[in-house]
Design a binder for this molecule. Structure first.
Ligand code: SF4
Length: 442
């Protein structure tokens, strides 16, 4: 029996997919090379933006034909989409061929749900609310060199545009002991880079029992001290909760990488307030200043939403100014897409598609110019690269990442995959660079 996944959205879904794969392997399944050879196809979905949802609907339409050709095929859908109110039922009605529908919170029940689907010839729908964190779930890691390590689930922030708290539930932190045990296990398996994962890692531990003296800074410190951890990253950070203690620990730890992803979302205080982000443009700039003072060559990346309801020309200009002022290493920008059930979906005025696209284009042009300028500063320098695998665009090259998370292509033999090498940067582009290995393999 073979399974095939379509994974949409963020790293949370990639981490969930590893657990689902773990269950399936325990049940005797193996991964299919393509959907046509699969006995089970699962869509692990995202509803954070309209675009991701449209792609899921498109794929569901395509799979209807495959299901007709192969009626024994089990098609299931999970992730954030069915977890939204009423959506599971709507999916069932619109795509009656779906065999299995479940949400983000009943992932641990997947073996039972699949067994019921197999026993009853399909048509199982179960959505539950968030419960306790469940440990010791099986997992098939997607990569052997780098690993996600989930430290918490859910989010309490209720940013006015965001659906995540409604579909992932309130914050639930894993215990420090469980996280440290998993970090040790990963090192034992040869993993060289760990990314601590959560919707807002900076609020880690607030929900743990009184007397647990662990905040995120303590946790980062503790994981960084696990023998054998060579590179440590974390995401996502909420700028409001990034403490001075965290800056100090990130600066002094030899394994915490010099890259901080700090979603700012807007450069206008008016818009930030409507977004319910809990910080101002000034406090954000001050945070970046402190980070750069403590970690001089840090790369700072961000997420920005353009065309938030009521965003004026002046608000948008303030965002462009902020991008220039901070000089981000890279910007992930999106046009606002209203999510049903969130406050911002009902804010007025909603901006038109053309206006939003124009602003997005302008923002990306500005951000890309700055990314190129930041990258040019690395021309001719020596950087440490963790070699991850063959380049997707040129099979003769390998590709890897610097500690600052820059993508580097190198001309080198496949034997270097999984190695930390020293490379000299020979060519610069906006989104990647070319390097030449000059040694330091380990
Ligand atoms: S911090 Fe805000 S944007 Fe991020 S997941 Fe939580 S509610 Fe969504």
């Amino acid at each position: 029996m073979k399974y095939y996944f379509y994974i949409f959205g963020c790293q949370m879904n990639e981490a969930d997919a590893e657990v689902l794969a773990g269950f399936l392997v325990n049940m005797g399944y193996s991964e299919a090379e393509s959907e046509t050879e699969a006995d089970l196809i699962l869509l692990i979905t995202c509803c954070v933006r309209e675009h991701a949802e449209s792609r899921v609907y498109g794929k569901l339409g395509e799979l209807a034909k495959l299901k007709q050709l192969k009626p024994s095929l089990i098609v299931g859908i999970s992730g954030c989409m069915p977890q939204q109110e009423d959506v599971a039922e709507k999916l069932r009605q619109r795509f009656p061929y779906l065999d299995l529908i479940f949400g983000t919170h009943n992932l641990p029940d997947f073996p039972r749900l699949l067994a019921e689907t197999e026993a009853h010839g399909g048509k199982v729908l179960e959505i539950v609310d968030a419960g306790e964190v469940r440990e010791n779930l099986p997992r098939v890691r997607q990569q052997s060199i780098k690993a996600w390590l989930s430290i918490m689930y859910g989010c309490n922030n209720y940013c006015s545009y965001c659906i995540v708290p409604y579909v992932r539930g309130r914050e639930r932190s894993r215990s420090p002991e469980a996280i440290l045990a998993e970090a040790r296990e990963l090192v034992g398996q040869g993993v060289r880079e760990i990314t601590l994962l959560g919707q807002n890692v900076n609020s880690y531990g607030r929900d743990l029992a009184l007397g647990t003296p662990t905040d995120f800074a303590d946790l980062l410190d503790a994981v960084g001290k696990v023998p054998g951890v060579e590179r440590l990253r974390f995401m996502t950070s909420h700028p409001r909760d990034f403490s001075d203690k965290l800056i100090e620990i990130a600066a002094r730890s030899p394994v915490v990488c010099e890259h901080f992803h700090l979603p700012v979302q807007s450069g206008s205080n008016e818009v930030l307030s409507k977004m319910n982000r809990g910080y101002t443009r000034e406090s954000y700039v001050e945070l970046v200043r402190k980070l750069r003072a403590a970690v001089p060559h840090a790369a700072i990346t961000t997420d920005i939403i353009v065309g938030f309801p009521g965003e004026t020309e002046d608000d948008f200009r303030a965002t462009l100014d902020l991008v220039r002022e901070v000089a981000f290493d890279s910007v992930f920008a999106f046009a606002f897409s209203p999510r049903s059930g969130t406050p911002a979906a009902d804010f007025a005025p909603q901006l038109g598609k053309t206006e939003k696209s124009l602003r997005l284009k302008l923002l990306l042009e500005t951000a890309n110019e700055i990314s190129l300028a930041r990258n040019l500063q690395l021309a001719g320098t020596r950087v440490e690269v963790l070699v991850e695998g063959p380049s997707k665009t040129n099979s003769e090259r390998l590709t890897g990442r610097t500690r600052t998370n820059k993508l580097v292509h190198i001309d080198a033999a496949p034997g270097l995959i999984g190695q930390l090498v020293e490379a000299k940067i020979t060519r610069i582009q906006t989104f990647s660079m070319l390097g030449e290995v000059i040694g330091g393999e380990r």
